[in-house]
Every structure is written in structure tokens, then in C-alpha cells.
Write a protein that binds this ligand. Structure first.
Ligand SMILES: [Zn+2]
Length: 551
């Protein structure tokens, strides 16, 4: 029997109720609601391997570790995209980024796609959500379904106490027996990595290295564009500050949980702690969260629930898209017609069940596209990564990020230097093979390469600034190249359990695994469930996004 759905998303429920439901072989029948309320905490930018319960040796998370000893812990949970807005919308909709179709900076979730708070509210739950703004502003679709929503303006000192305090205030205001859903989001571990001094002292964070740029969003983005130098010592200092911020969030979580206990809700609430993506500290040459390597995808996912009889560690790979189906299952909510994720409810506190998930991840870096699948096979977690440059029939463009793979004995390219001439060094596989002088006009270049195979090409210029800064063309690229010939895909294969830092590409040594996962990747095609809208961003919103290093 179908329950009535709110008109906002009735159209999508028609498919679920009127026709045959989409079979989901992994999902068991819905479980009865195990708890009166649900609290979902998203710690923006928290990578799993900086949490003690996921194996970190530093005491960053004493409280979370104690909680994990009583909870279901997903050892291998992955973000679908290292970007705050689309990753959180995947949590909120159970859809992959290509299905909810919301791209930063101004995409808005289609009204017809139901969100988690809407499903809770339609089922009679009280709902409240508090975020710290930026890409978590309510207008993107996050505020929908919440009776109470705040998205405090992002500031360099993210106030996790204030954000979590708002959540505690909501809990205190509940009438006896009222069911509820509370969502909390914090940027406390996001750049600019600004922990309170006592947490930095607790982890023994050293002084700022001489000459180190502050870890602001703008500086990290400038480094990634090749416009600012950051050495290994500085990156280590950033990483230490990040750890201290994790320790600070852990303390805030402990206080929130203390309030839940004081209110007598601890035995009635399901608490989920997770993150939208991780963070990188030069593991693959960049900072912040810009690539789809493990450090940016592997997130914590912990579920503490009175319905869980015994703590468990679940080793199968799962995705953030699995959150909504899991909560739908646990709370007995109406199931949306289209879901990419799988309910994990049957795996909570139960004996080992097979779970064969192919987890998807993607990324849209400037001038290209990255796609990935993560699976567990024969006791190992595999990641296949395929990166493509934007291609045109007669060649492909390389701009801003001037590193790419090239196959063949010769590199042919046309180039222009915006805002004045430049000397550009061409390196192949780390060795200088030519130096070319570019003018403000187009010029053609042909450079011999050492051999016919695949080469890692780098085009380097010592003073590459963006054209806008230099007062030149209205184009934010410093240099622009068009390389003749088809753009080669960059394909990489990693065994993440034995090589968690993804240092050894196994794509040539494991041809069978490469073929298998390439077929998995090719099988997946995501179509938008409904076209996204476009927001008019206010000057204040633009300032916030700029401060986060996103624009
Ligand atoms: Zn984020």
C-alpha cells in the first residue's frame, strides 16, 4: 500500500508506487524503525585515515574511537566526488553526481528530486539542519524539508561549537516522544586549518616554517595553479594543523553526545558520522581536494544505533550514495523511485553478509574529466582511475594545468602566451627536451621525444601568472596549448590495501584486472534524473566561495 506523498515530489513516487519497484538485490526487506531520532553529522573534508578507528596512530579522535567501539564502522566508504556541493547532494538524494546533475558554483537541485529531510518530514519527523554555509548554503537544495535551517556565513574561524550547539538546542526543544531528524555540517577541518591553540598544543604542532604561506583557500588554489611555492615542510605543517582541527571537532562531538545523553536520548537516537570528501597534502602533487585519489575519496562512515546489537567493522566498499537508502530503510520512509545507492541497513550489527558494491567516483578538473571505480576482489581493494583531457577532432587542449600524458615520438602543439611573451620549458619524463619562446600570437612547435611510448609531459614557465592578474586578456588561463593528435586517456590502477598512498600504478602489471575494471567503468552511465536549476549567487556568497578557495 502506498502512502500519500507530498506534492513536491509526488511525480517521482508515482513510479515507485504505480509500477514495479526497481529490484535491489542487495537490500533486505525494510527493518522496523529502530530509533526515535536520527542525527547525521558531516565533518567536511575529514579523511578516514586521520581517525583513530580507521588506523591513525595520532590521538586525533579519542571520542570517535570510543563511539566506534560500539558502532557499525564502514572501513571503506568513498565519496563520489571531491567537491562539497555535489558530494553532499549525493548524500541527500542517494544519487550519483551525474544523476542529480548539480555542478558548482551555481547549480541547484531540481525540485522534483526528493531529499532526505523531505522524506523524514513527509513521514512526520521534526527536522532541523545547520551548516556552515559556502557550498552548503540552503539555496542549493539543502534547506528543503527542514523546519529549521541555518547556514552561517563561512569565516576563517569555523565555529563548530556554535553549529553543534544549534543542534543541541533543537534537541532540547523536542516534545516527549517526538521523532526527529537532525543534520549538522562543519568546516572545522577544512582549510585554512585554524584549530584553537589548545588543540594545536595537544598534538604538538610546531611553529610555522620560515616563509610558509598561510593555508588559506586562496593560497592552496594558487599552489595548485602553479603560482605559489609550497615545500614539503610547509605541507607537513598544514597537515599537522589539520590533525589538530580534527581533534577539536572530536571534542565538539563529545560535547554534543554528552548533551544527547543528558537529554535521555542516547538509547533512542541513531547517530551517523561521515564526511563529504577527504583532503590532500602533496600525496599526488597538489593541495586541498582536487583529484580522485584515495586521500580525497576515503571518508569515515560510522553508524551508532540502538538497533545494532554488536559493534561491527564492515570491509566492503560503500559510497555516500548509500546513506539515503540506508536511512530510508532504518526509519521506514518512503523510498524514492530512482536511487543509485544500496541500503546498508542489513549489514549493521549482523553476521557477515556478502556485499559486492562497485563504488563510483568522478571529478571535473579544469580542462578534463576523471572517472573511477572502486571494488573489492580477492581480498584487495582496487581502484581504477581514468582521466581524459577535453578533446576536439584535431587535437586536445591543455590549459592552466600544464602536465599531461602523451604517446608517440614527437610532440606537436600550437600555443599562445596570454598577456605577453613567455619562455616555456618542455619536459618529458622529468627531463628537459626543449625550451620554446611563445609570443602573444599563435605559434606551432614540433619537439622530438625520446621513444615511441607514453611520456609524462610538463610545460613549465617560471612566471606563470593568470592573465587577469597580469592585466591582459579576459581569460583566466596563463598559457594555452593545443596538442595535435588524439588525447590519450590516463589510466591508473591501484591496490589500495597494500598501497594506500597510491604510489604504484599497476595498470601495466595487472592486465586482467585492468580489463575487468575498465569494463565495469564503461558499463556505468549516469543520466540526469531531472535537469538542475541555476542560482543567482549574491556577492556575499561569491566572497564565501572565494575564501574557501573555490573560485
Ligand atoms: Zn567539502
Amino acid at each position: 500500500m502506498c502512502r500519500a506523498a507530498a506534492p513536491l515530489f509526488a511525480a517521482l513516487f508515482v513510479a515507485a508506487c504505480g509500477g514495479a519497484p526497481r529490484p535491489d538485490p542487495a537490500a533486505a526487506p525494510p527493518r522496523p524503525a529502530p530509533s526515535r531520532g536520527f542525527v547525521l553529522v558531516s565533518i567536511d573534508t575529514l579523511r578516514a585515515d586521520r581517525v583513530g578507528a580507521w588506523g591513525y596512530g595520532r590521538p586525533t579522535t579519542p571520542f570517535l574511537d570510543r563511539l566506534a567501539a560500539r558502532a557499525a564502522l564502514f572501513e571503506r566508504a568513498y565519496s563520489p566526488i571531491p567537491a562539497t556541493l555535489p558530494a553532499h547532494l549525493s548524500m541527500f538524494t542517494g544519487l550519483e553526481p551525474g544523476q542529480h546533475d548539480v555542478d558548482p558554483p551555481s547549480g541547484v537541485l531540481a525540485a522534483g528530486i526528493p531529499t532526505l529531510p523531505e522524506l523524514f518530514r513527509a513521514a512526520g519527523y521534526r527536522t532541523a539542519g545547520h551548516s556552515e554555509g559556502g557550498y552548503m548554503a540552503g539555496g542549493y537544495g539543502f534547506a528543503r524539508g527542514f523546519e529549521v535551517w541555518t547556514d552561517s556565513e563561512y569565516s576563517a574561524d569555523s565555529d563548530v561549537e556554535r553549529t553543534f550547539g544549534r543542534g543541541a538546542e533543537f534537541l532540547r526543544g523536542l516534545a516527549p516522544g517526538e521523532r526527529f531528524f537532525l543534520f549538522l555540517h562543519t568546516y572545522a577541518v577544512h582549510d585554512p586549518y585554524a584549530p584553537a591553540p589548545e588543540f594545536a598544543a595537544a598534538l604538538g604542532v610546531g611553529a610555522r616554517p620560515p616563509g610558509a604561506p598561510e593555508p588559506t583557500g586562496e593560497n592552496l588554489a594558487a599552489f595548485n595553479r602553479g603560482e605559489l611555492a609550497v615545500d614539503a615542510d610547509t605541507a607537513r605543517w598544514y597537515s599537522d594543523l589539520y590533525d589538530a582541527s580534527v581533534r577539536q571537532v572530536d571534542a565538539a562531538l563529545e560535547r554534543l553526545w554528552g548533551e544527547i545523553e543528558r537529554l535521555g536520548l542516547a538509547d533512542e537516537v541513531t547517530l551517523i558520522v561521515t564526511a563529504d570528501h577527504g583532503e590532500e597534502f602533496l600525496e599526488h602533487g597538489r593541495l586541498a581536494h582536487t583529484q580522485i585519489y584515495r586521500e580525497n575519496l576515503h571518508v569515515p562512515l560510522l553508524v551508532l544505533s540502538p538497533g545494532i546489537d554488536a559493534p561491527r567493522r564492515i570491509g566492503a566498499p560503500v559510497g555516500l550514495v548509500d546513506l539515503l537508502p540506508t536511512l530510508v530503510d532504518l526509519a521506514g520512509l518512503e523510498r524514492p523511485a530512482v536511487l543509485a545507492g544500496t541500503s546498508l541497513a542489513p549489514w549493521l550489527g549482523r553476521p557477515e553478509l556478502p556485499l559486492d558494491r562497485v563504488v563510483w567516483a568522478e571529478n571535473d578538473p579544469p580542462g578534463g574529466r576523471e572517472e573511477s571505480v572502486l571494488v573489492r576482489r580477492d581480498g584487495e581493494t582496487w581502484q581504477l582511475l581514468r582521466a581524459r583531457s577535453e578533446a576536439e577532432p584535431d587535437g586536445f587542449w591543455v590549459s592552466r594545468r600544464i602536465r599531461f600524458d602523451h604517446r608517440g615520438a614527437r610532440l606537436d602543439f600550437s600555443a599562445v602566451a596570454f598577456a605577453g611573451p613567455r619562455e616555456v620549458e618542455v619536459r618529458a619524463d622529468g627531463r628537459t627536451v626543449a625550451t620554446v619562446n611563445l609570443t602573444g600570437d599563435w605559434s606551432d612547435h614540433a619537439i622530438p621525444l625520446p621513444g615511441d611510448g607514453k611520456h609524462a609531459i610538463e610545460l613549465a614557465t617560471p612566471d606563470c601568472r593568470v592573465a587577469r592578474e597580469a592585466g591582459g586578456w579576459d581569460d583566466d588561463r596563463c598559457l594555452s596549448f593545443k596538442v595535435r593528435g588524439p588525447a590519450p586517456d590516463r589510466v591508473e590502477l591501484y591496490a589500495l590495501d597494500r598501497d594506500p598512498d597510491s604510489t604504484t600504478d599497476l595498470s601495466e602489471r595487472q592486465p586482467a584486472r585492468l580489463r575487468e575494471l575498465t569494463a565495469e567503468l564503461a558499463r556505468i552511465r549516469h543520466q540526469p534524473v531531472a535537469p538542475s536549476g541555476q542560482a543567482d549567487l549574491s556577492p556575499a556568497q561569491l566572497r564565501q566561495l572565494e575564501a574557501l578557495g573555490y573560485l
